[in-house]
Design a protein around this ligand. Structure first.
Ligand code: SF4
Length: 231
C-alpha cells in the first residue's frame, strides 16, 4: 500500500491517496478501489492527517485522490488539507469529483480560496451507451459546454467491447474539452469488465509513442504508475 508520492516528470506535484467515506455513486462496473472506502470517520481523519503531514509543498501543487469524490472527505480532513495547503504555500490543488457534483464545485472553490482548484472527472468514454450500459457509469453527456467546469478528465481504455475508433475519438474529444487528460489502460481487477489485449497491443505500438510526448497527457499503463495504490 502506498498513499504518498511525488510525481517528478510531467506536471510535477505531490499526490496523496486519502481515505474517505463511500463513493456516493459506487456502481461503476470496473471500479474496485471503492474497497478502500470506510464509514469510520475517526479512522479516516487519523489516516489522512498523518498522510497530510508528509506533504512538503516542494512543487506548490498537491493532488488529492480518495477513491470517491472530494465531497466524500470528512470536514475535518478538508480543513486539514486547507491548513497544510496554506502553510506550505500551495498554489494548486487537484481533487477528483464525480460528474453529478457539477453544480456543487463552487463550494470547494470557495473553501480553498487561497489555491487554484482543479477538478478531475472520470468521463471514461464519450460513448454514452458504452459508459452507461457497459461501464455502468450513469451520466449522459450531451452538452459538452459543461465540461469546462472541470480541468482534467480520465479515460478508461482497452476494455472488451471498445474499438480502436472509439478510443481514438475519446482521446481526441478529451483533448478538445479538457486542459489535461489521464488515459488509464485497463488492468483486470476481478470486476465484470475485462481487458482487451489486442487493443492494448495496438494502443502501445500505434498511439502511445506519440501521445506520451504531449505535456498535457498522462498515461497509466499500470494502475500503480502514479505510485499510490492500496492493493
Ligand atoms: S464514481 Fe469513481 S469511485 Fe465511484 S464507483 Fe465510479 S469509478 Fe468508483
Amino acid at each position: 500500500m502506498e498513499r504518498y508520492n511525488k510525481i517528478t516528470d510531467k506536471n510535477q506535484r505531490e499526490i496523496l491517496l486519502l481515505k474517505s467515506f463511500a463513493c456516493s455513486y459506487g456502481k461503476c462496473a470496473f471500479c474496485n478501489y471503492i474497497l478502500d472506502n470506510s464509514y469510520n470517520e475517526n479512522e479516516i481523519n487519523q489516516i489522512n492527517i498523518d498522510l497530510l503531514d508528509k506533504v512538503t509543498g516542494v512543487f506548490g501543487c498537491l493532488e488529492i485522490i480518495n477513491s470517491a469524490s472530494v465531497f466524500e472527505l470528512p470536514l475535518k480532513t478538508l480543513e486539514y488539507i486547507r491548513k497544510i495547503a496554506n502553510e506550505k504555500k500551495m498554489k494548486t490543488l487537484y481533487f477528483e469529483v464525480y460528474y453529478s457534483y457539477l453544480k456543487r464545485l463552487d463550494e470547494i472553490i470557495k473553501f480553498f480560496s487561497a489555491q487554484e482548484v482543479r477538478f478531475k472527472v472520470g468521463i471514461e468514454t464519450f460513448d454514452n451507451n458504452y459508459r452507461t450500459q457497459i461501464l455502468k457509469k450513469n451520466f449522459i453527456l450531451n452538452d459538452y459546454t459543461q465540461l469546462s467546469n472541470f480541468y482534467s478528465c480520465c479515460l478508461l481504455i482497452c476494455t472488451k467491447g471498445q474499438t480502436r475508433e472509439q478510443i481514438s475519438n475519446d482521446i481526441e474529444t478529451a483533448l478538445k474539452y479538457f486542459k489535461e487528460i489521464t488515459i488509464n489502460v485497463f488492468i483486470n481487477n476481478d470486476t465484470e469488465i475485462t481487458r482487451d489485449e489486442e487493443l492494448v497491443k495496438w494502443f502501445l505500438t500505434e498511439k502511445y509513442p506519440l501521445l506520451i510526448k504531449q505535456k498535457n497527457i498522462e498515461i497509466l499503463i499500470d494502475n500503480k504508475d502514479l505510485g499510490v495504490y492500496v492493493q
